[in-house]
Write a protein that binds this ligand. Structure first.
Ligand code: PMP
Length: 429
C-alpha cells in the first residue's frame, strides 16, 4: 500500500482508527468514488471505472427517474405503515403480482438480512421445527439469527446447533444427470439427523443461484427433489432472492422459477430500491397469516412511503425498459466472449452463469488451490488497475464473481472482455 497517493493513505489511516478492523476495503489499491452514472463510477480525478460487480443498482448508478421519485416523496412525507397509504397497498399488490399466485402476501423490511431473519421466524412459527438447512458456503445476512446459519462467515461466527449444511452437486464434482438425486440425498440425511435430535425442520433456506458457494446454477431443477423432501418433513422452503431476484437470471423475474419450484417464503433485498434500503418477505397466505395474527412485527422504517415510492419506480422501469430481457441477451454475449477467452487461456477453468450473474473459475486443474486463489485475486486487482470492477467468490475464492448492473450494454460487455483478457494475459503471463 506504500505506493498509494497521500490522500488515500491518510484516509485509510483515519478509517482504521475510527471504524476498526471489521471495515474491510476492496482491492490492494482501494478505490475512492465520488460519482456514479449508469455502468460507471468516477474517482476524484475523473477516472471512469466500469462496474461489473455491483448488483444493487440494477438499473444503473443514480438512475435519474428513481432518484426523482425518491426525492419527490421525501419532499412530501415519509410516513410509516400504521397510517392509511394507498401507495403502500398499490405497490404491495404490484409486487405480489410478479410472483406465482400462491405467493400473495408481503411484509416489508429494510435489508436482505431482515428479510431472512423474519422468514426464519415465520418458518419456525409455522412448522414448529427449529432446524435450518443451508448450502455449505451460504451467506444469508448480518443479524444474529441469520449469521448463525451463514457458514460463509467461517470461524467468525458460531453456527447455530440447529443448522445443517448440504453440499452442492457442482462443487462435489457430481455429473449433471445425478445432481438432483445427490442434492436430495444430502437434504434427506440432514432431515433425518435433525429429527433424530428432536429439533425438527423449520426451513430449507437457499439462494437458488448459490452465489456465495461460487455460482452453481445448473442443471435447472436440481433443487426440486430436495425441496419436496423438506415439505414432506413439515419444513418450509425459503428462497433467498437477494442475489438472483428482480430479473438478474435473465430468463425469469425470480431465481426459484428457473428451478420450477414455488417456495413458501421468498426474501428480497438489494436491487429492490436500486440503492435505497428496502426489502421484503413474500409468502403463502397460511404461514404468513399464522405468524401475523399472533406475533408482532413492527419495523419502524420498513414500508415507509419514501422506500415504497422508490421501489415502485424501480419496478416500473424494470418492466418498461425490459431490463430482464436485456440481462438475458447481455448474459449470452458475455458468456460467448468468456468462452472464446477460455479457448485461448487454460487459466479459465470453467464458466457458469444465469443471465448476468457469472462465476468464472480461475487457475488450471493442475495447480494448487492456493495458487488458483492467488491468481484470481491477481486478476481482480489487475482489472481494478485497468478500470474494471469485479470480485471473487466460492469455497476457495478462486472464481471471479461478475454481476454488472442489468442495464449493461453490448459495448460494456466488449470492454469487459477486453479488460479480462488483458488481465489474464498479464497475470498468467
Ligand atoms: N442473502 C444473500 C444471498 C446475500 O447475498 C446478502 C448480502 N450479500 C444478504 C442475504 C444480506 O443482505 P443485506 O446485506 O441487505 O442485509
Amino acid at each position: 500500500e506504500s505506493d498509494l497517493p497521500e490522500r488515500e493513505a491518510a484516509l485509510i489511516a483515519r478509517r482504521d482508527a475510527v471504524l476498526g478492523a471489521s471495515y474491510r476495503l476492496q482491492y490492494r489499491r482501494p478505490v475512492h468514488f465520488v460519482r456514479g452514472e449508469g455502468m460507471w463510477l468516477y474517482d476524484p480525478d475523473g477516472r471512469a471505472y466500469l462496474d461489473f460487480y455491483n448488483n444493487v443498482p440494477s438499473l444503473g448508478h443514480c438512475h435519474p427517474e428513481v432518484n426523482a421519485a425518491m426525492a419527490k416523496q421525501a419532499a412530501r412525507i415519509s410516513a410509516n405503515t400504521r397510517y392509511l397509504e394507498p401507495r403502500l397497498v398499490d405497490y404491495a399488490e404490484r409486487l405480489v403480482g410478479t410472483f406465482p399466485e400462491e405467493l400473495d402476501r408481503v411484509v416489508f423490511t429494510c435489508t436482505g438480512s431482515e428479510s431472512n431473519d423474519l422468514a426464519l421466524r415465520i418458518a419456525r412459527f409455522a412448522s414448529g421445527g427449529e432446524g435450518v438447512i443451508v448450502s455449505s458456503y451460504a451467506y444469508h445476512g448480518t443479524s444474529g439469527a441469520v449469521a448463525a446459519v451463514s457458514p460463509n462467515l467461517g470461524d467468525a461466527v458460531k453456527l447455530s446447533p440447529f443448522v445443517r449444511m448440504v453440499s452442492l452437486p457442482g462443487p462435489a464434482g457430481i455429473p449433471e444427470s445425478q445432481a438432483g438425486d445427490f442434492f436430495e440425498a444430502q437434504i434427506r440425511s440432514a432431515i433425518l439427523d435433525l429429527n433424530r435430535r428432536g429439533m425438527g425442520v423449520a426451513a430449507l433456506l437457499i439462494d437458488s443461484i448459490f452465489s456465495s458457494d461460487g455460482v452453481w446454477v445448473d442443471p435447472p431443477g436440481f433443487i426440486a427433489g430436495g425441496v419436496a423432501a423438506v415439505r414432506e418433513a413439515g419444513g418450509l422452503v425459503i428462497a433467498d432472492e437477494v442475489q438472483p431476484g428482480f430479473g438478474r437470471t435473465g430468463t425469469h423475474m425470480w431465481g426459484f422459477e428457473r428451478h420450477g419450484i414455488v417456495p413458501d417464503l421468498v426474501t428480497l433485498g438489494k436491487p429492490m430500491g436500486n440503492g435505497f434500503p428496502i426489502g421484503a418477505v413474500v409468502g403463502r397466505q397460511a404461514p404468513m397469516e399464522r405468524f401475523g395474527a399472533t406475533a408482532r412485527y413492527s419495523n419502524t422504517f420498513a414500508g415507509n412511503t419514501v422506500g415504497i415510492a422508490t421501489a415502485d419506480a424501480v419496478l416500473t422501469i424494470l418492466e418498461r425498459d425490459q431490463i430482464r430481457q436485456n440481462a438475458l441477451a447481455m448474459g449470452q454475449r458475455l458468456r460467448a466472449g468468456l468462452e472464446e477467452m477460455a479457448m485461448k487461456h487454460r487459466e479459465v477453468r470453467a464458466i457458469r452463469n444465469a443471465g448476468l450473474f457469472f462465476g468464472v473459475d480461475i487457475g488450471s486443474e493442475d495447480t494448487s488451490a492456493a495458487a488458483r486463489r492467488a491468481m484470481a485475486l491477481d486478476i481482480v486487482n489487475a482489472m481494478r488497475d485497468d478500470g474494471v470492477l469485479v470480485s471473487t467468490t466460492g469455497a476457495n475464492e478462486d472464481a471471479l464473481k461478475v454481476r454488472p448492473p442489468l442495464v449493461c450494454g453490448a459495448e460494456h460487455v466488449d470492454l469487459f472482455i477486453a479488460a479480462a483478457e488483458r488481465a489474464i494475459t498479464t497475470v498468467a503471463g
